[in-house]
Design a protein around this ligand. Structure first.
Ligand code: KIV
Length: 292
């Protein structure tokens, strides 16, 4: 068995210039596949509110839901490092609540670190969680939990002053003890600058090629929603089409009485068909039985 990816592994990867690949995962089946494929980090993101639950934002996601999904993912992550996302209002109100909720993702959800959104204003929160023994990944730039404050899902840090603020945010989080940082929805020049300035790994999404690693929402990367086509996204599969055609084939075979056929049915030890001529055609039709 390969050794677990830890915060130390990730630091060494940055030092060695080895890129870090992270995908979101929300259940055990996807986690098992990504883990076996060698993906370094699995983020149980609160993006599940949108891609799993069909909400318009990540805001309705609860701690209970995050613990549930973390548990499902961590059970299958043999090598990949599992990050549990802190949902909206699980850490904003007080450091005490933040520490307790971070602890839940680790103790109940099996996460190996947690992620929270926000810059310098959350430095103390990060410090307190790290002091409790839980590694924290920061998340700055386009922070979806602040969608209303940002006025939508808008690229951040495009002008000098805002770029400076984001650089200061990144430095404050590193100083507070964050072990890595997501850079979301920022210009590639700024992501390169932050990545150069920090000794901890940066993981980009919509932030260009210069971060130490990349993350994508797995349902987006796998093409589950053909209508979602932001500029930053590259699709590595077209699962919407693959699944649609599989579902249509199944539908057709069930309607035609072709599935299930004999090969996918069981034979009784104690029952026989009423009449031999009721034996279904090879691979077709229902089987009626009576006790012998
Ligand atoms: O919730 C999430 O999936 C995320 C990533 C997009 C970074 O925060």
């Amino acid at each position: 068995m390969q050794p677990k990816v830890t915060v130390n592994t990730l630091r060494k990867m940055k030092q060695a210039g080895e890129k870090i690949a992270m995908l979101t995962a929300y259940d055990t089946a996807f986690a098992r596949i990504f883990d076996a494929a060698g993906v370094d980090m699995l983020l149980v993101g609160d993006s599940l509110g949108m891609v799993i639950q069909g909400e318009q934002s990540t805001l309705p996601v609860t701690m209970e839901q995050m613990v549930y999904h973390c548990r499902a993912v961590s059970r299958s992550a043999r090598r990949a490092h599992v990050v549990g996302d802190m949902p909206f209002m699980s850490y904003q109100a007080s450091c005490e609540e933040a520490v307790k909720n971070a602890g839940r993702l680790v103790a109940e959800g099996g996460a190996e670190s947690i992620k929270l959104e926000g810059g310098v204003e959350f430095a103390e929160t990060v410090e307190r969680i790290v002091r409790a023994g839980i590694p924290v990944m920061g998340h700055i730039g386009l922070t979806p939990q602040s969608v209303h404050k940002m006025g939508g899902y808008v690229i951040q840090g495009r002008d000098e002053q805002k770029a400076r603020k984001l650089l200061a945010d990144a430095q404050a989080l590193q100083e507070a003890g964050a072990y890595a940082m997501v850079l979301e929805g920022i210009p590639l020049e700024l992501a390169r600058e932050i990545t150069r300035e920090l000794s901890i790994p940066t993981i980009g999404i919509g932030a260009g090629p210069h971060s130490d690693g990349q993350v994508l929402v797995c349902y987006d990367a796998l093409g589950m929603n053909p209508d979602f086509q932001p500029k930053f996204l590259k699709r590595y599969a077209e699962l919407f089409q693959v699944i649609t055609s599989a579902a249509q084939q199944y539908l057709g075979e069930v309607k035609a009485g072709e599935f299930p056929d004999e090969a996918h049915s069981f034979r009784s030890n104690t029952m026989r068909l009423v009449r031999d001529d009721e034996e279904p055609e090879e691979g077709k039709g229902p089987v009626y039985g009576v006790p012998v």
